[in-house]
Write a protein that binds this ligand. Structure first.
Ligand SMILES: Nc1ncnc2c1ncn2[C@@H]1O[C@H](COP(=O)(O)OP(=O)(O)OP(=O)(O)O)[C@@H](O)[C@H]1O
Ligand SMILES: [Mg+2]
Length: 216
């Protein structure tokens, strides 16, 4: 099955991906974890282009670079792994495009849906876990001792993270809209709970959907 994680930077996606991978492996399943953008040689180059702060990229350029990276990953890695019966866990997928480039940057949502369909070859996650966190709480996690205005001028932030608090508020609203529209697929979780509490909720949701995942 294809499981994706979404949420703004610092919401705890990587933490939960690691926990879920271990859990599924303990159930005897083959698990492949990947993070977007990246995952193939070409896609990793695109990742560097997208995240290096020195580049000034137009919103459409950014959209198409993400889409190119995703198409590489889907065709070369994700589809073959799913065909082999592996579970694939993705740290971000096309919902990130809708939230960041659509709601965040203001690109047309229907146009984005078309680009997403091209980049994914129509592949949809079986389930998506959205970790909901305010941008303020995300920054507090990242810069626990610094004040927020200072944090936004930090050189430690990558190009996407330097886009500012208002941008991240729009991205979060976007995630709320997508979660509400697709509540069958997207499970919204409070990212302020502890990592173990969130993990237990994730395992519970998976067990409800697929009785092969109960571990018994
Ligand atoms: N539920 C949680 N409660 C408190 N802190 C957490 C929680 N989950 C993760 N963290 C901490 O918050 C920070 C960000 O977590 P993590 O790297 O998993 O987030 P992420 O969503 O993958 O972020 P990024 O988008 O930057 O990769 C880490 O220092 C992590 O230890
Ligand atoms: Mg991460």
């Amino acid at each position: 099955m294809l499981i994706t994680f979404e949420g703004i930077d610092g919401a705890g996606k990587s933490t939960q991906v690691t926990k879920l991978k271990r859990h599924l492996q303990e159930l005897g399943r083959e698990v492949l974890t990947l993070r977007e953008p990246g995952g193939t040689a070409v896609a990793e180059h695109i990742r560097d282009l997208l995240l290096e702060s020195k580049h000034d990229i137009t919103p459409v350029g950014e959209l198409l670079l993400f889409a190119a990276s995703r198409a590489e990953l889907v065709q070369k890695v994700i589809l073959p792994a799913l065909d082999n019966g592996s579970d694939v866990i993705l740290d971000r997928f096309f919902d990130s495009t809708t939230a960041y480039q659509g709601y965040g940057r203001g690109l047309d949502l229907e146009l984005l849906a078309g680009v997403n369909r091209i980049a994914t070859f129509g592949l949809n996650p079986d389930i998506t876990f959205y970790l909901d966190l305010t941008p303020e709480d995300a920054l507090k996690r990242k810069f626990s001792e610094k004040s927020l205005p200072l944090a936004f001028e930090s050189e430690e932030l990558d190009r996407m993270e330097n886009s500012g608090l208002e941008f991240y508020r729009r991205v979060r609203q976007g995630y709320h809209a997508i979660s509400a529209e697709q509540s069958d697929r997207i499970v919204k979780l409070d990212a302020l709970l502890t990592p173990d509490e969130i993990h237990r909720m994730i395992v519970g949701s998976l067990e409800k959907r697929d009785n092969r995942l109960t571990g018994s």
